[in-house]
Design a protein around this ligand. Structure first.
Ligand code: SF4
Ligand code: SF4
Length: 483
């Protein structure tokens, strides 16, 4: 037994040392100073163990009774430890129901007129719509009037980075061009060109699904999922107006489509690393633009096949995309109120196409987010406006979930002049998916013990309140380097 046991123990120790080294190199590559120090210490500890092991082997310690006993105990503990981290433990059957698993009572469909953006961006003081809205919702009037004083939802754009904010504000606004120009009625609800008009292409749901998903990926979607539309997640009335089409304000929104194709694009960690500074706003808007580009072409493709389709993106929503994405199996709803995906955590922006083209829906997923968020709370701890709740999820509008306070969150945006995204930056699911992080995500998505272990490890390696990182050179927001 001793020689086999010794060989297995040697192999395990060398493997652990290699993993330690890999973590160390990966942390340096990620430019994570604190993680590099801890990963370096971890590697040194593993290396010391390997040296001690081979020294003891050399003097024949493992041939003694004590040595043999220790070796067997260490091997059994290592095997038990490994099994308890990789087995599928702590399943959440409710997650597999998607948003249906969150519903506990009567849910009122959201009204786009009431969302913070629509109230502060679209409503013009003195206009007919303004008078009507605050007559019906006096509870918002004083609050909104106060928010408008510093310049609306984003206050003075880029204020946090003044006096070096101009290039990044210019880039942020440049990203709006695509979404805005793709939000006119002819773009969001495309009609087929003459060659296709009046023709419906007979296509099986299986083939249609393959083609729609393939095209979405070809256009640049990093994730694609399909769901049957739960009407609860569609807006009841139009509230956002971008093209002086005021006749649409307050119109009832009717979505007659059975399916939604939801796409997500990855936001670069490099750009959200400096959150809440201006590079993060560039990245958000850049991905909204990508979503508009993908959704518009996808909707046009479906329309050319002879089916009705509507693009939903940053400048035209008929549905609320996070719950649709949960139902389409792209991820789970996290404490911060965003979708958390296995591939990129919350670092995604969403767009969608609703359609009557028959498709094959995906199934919701259980990747352990609800359990992880219960323990973690890092976004809530780091949020500068205390907008993310601590503790357990509570009942909100007939659903049990954590509810982000959008009012206080956007007040903070107004104060600093950017979309903040600190919550996204600090989330342990946001790390760039190097091989070690892919391994960790795999473990935490299947095992509740791993979730607890890596929660603590994340605090040790990255800090309970991780600091913002420098911006890429082209998006710097500090005094320019004279060289
Ligand atoms: S964006 Fe910023 S202010 Fe808003 S919830 Fe996240 S951390 Fe808080
Ligand atoms: S930071 Fe933690 S609590 Fe917040 S969403 Fe991410 S995993 Fe959940």
């Amino acid at each position: 037994m001793a020689p086999i046991g010794e060989s297995v123990a040697a192999a395990v120790l060398i493997l652990l040392a290699c993993i330690g080294l890999f973590f160390f190199i990966s942390s340096i590559w990620e430019k994570e100073k604190r993680a590099s120090v801890f990963a370096g210490l971890q590697f040194l500890a593993m290396l010391t163990l390997v040296i001690v092991f081979f020294s003891l082997k050399e003097i024949g310690f493992f041939e003694t009774n004590l040595g043999r006993g220790l070796l067997i105990a260490a091997l059994v503990s290592a095997a038990a430890g490994l099994l308890s981290l990789i087995m599928r433990i702590g399943k959440n059957p409710k997650a597999l129901l998607g948003t249906k698993g969150l519903i506990v009572g009567k849910v009122k469909r959201p009204d786009e007129r009431e969302i913070v953006f629509a109230r502060n961006r679209s409503l013009r003081p003195g206009s007919e719509q303004y008078q009507r809205f605050y007559r019906e919702h006096p509870e918002y009037e004083e609050y909104d009037a106060k928010r408008r004083l510093p310049g609306g939802i984003s206050g003075r754009p880029g204020k946090i980075d003044a006096p070096y904010e101009i290039p990044n504000v210019a880039a942020t606004l440049a990203c709006h061009v695509i979404s805005l120009s793709l939000s006119t009625p002819d773009k969001v609800k495309p009609k087929p060109p003459a060659a296709f008009q009046g023709k419906t292409n007979s296509i099986s749901p299986c083939d249609a699904t393959k083609r729609v998903k393939g095209f979405a990926r070809h256009l640049g979607a990093d994730l694609v999922g399909i769901t049957e539309i739960n009407p609860l997640w569609t807006y009841s009335h139009r509230g956002e107006i971008f093209h002086e089409n005021w006749e649409d304000w307050g119109k009832e929104i009717v979505v007659n489509h059975g399916f939604a194709v939801v796409v997500a694009t990855e936001m670069s960690f490099e750009m959200i690393g400096p959150s809440p500074h201006t590079p993060t706003s560039i990245e958000s808007n850049c991905n909204y633009a990508k979503g508009a580009y993908i959704a518009t072409q996808l909707a046009t493709f479906i329309s050319n096949l002879g089916y009705s389709a509507t693009a939903n993106h940053h400048r035209h929503y008929e549905a609320v995309l996070v719950p649709l994405a949960v139902d389409a199996g792209l991820g789970e709803l996290g404490r911060m109120g965003y979708l958390l995906t296995k591939e990129f955590g919350p670092r995604v922006r969403l767009a969608a196409v609703t359609t009557d083209l028959p498709l094959i829906p995906d199934k919701p997923v259980d990747i352990g987010i609800q359990d992880f968020c219960r323990v973690c709370q890092k976004c809530a701890v780091c949020c500068p406006s205390a907008s993310i709740p601590m503790g357990d999820p509570k009942e909100v509008n007939g659903t049990v979930r954590w509810k982000l306070d959008a009012e206080t969150c956007f007040d903070y945006w107004g104060k600093i002049g950017t979309g903040c995204n600190i919550c996204m930056r600090v989330c342990p699911w946001s790390h760039t998916r190097t091989i070690p992080h892919k391994l960790i995500v795999e473990l935490v998505s299947r095992n509740s013990l791993s979730r607890r272990l890596f929660n603590v490890m994340d605090d040790i390696f990255y800090g309970r309140k991780p600091k913002a990182k420098p911006a890429p050179k082209w998006a710097q927001f500090e005094a320019p380097n004279p060289s």
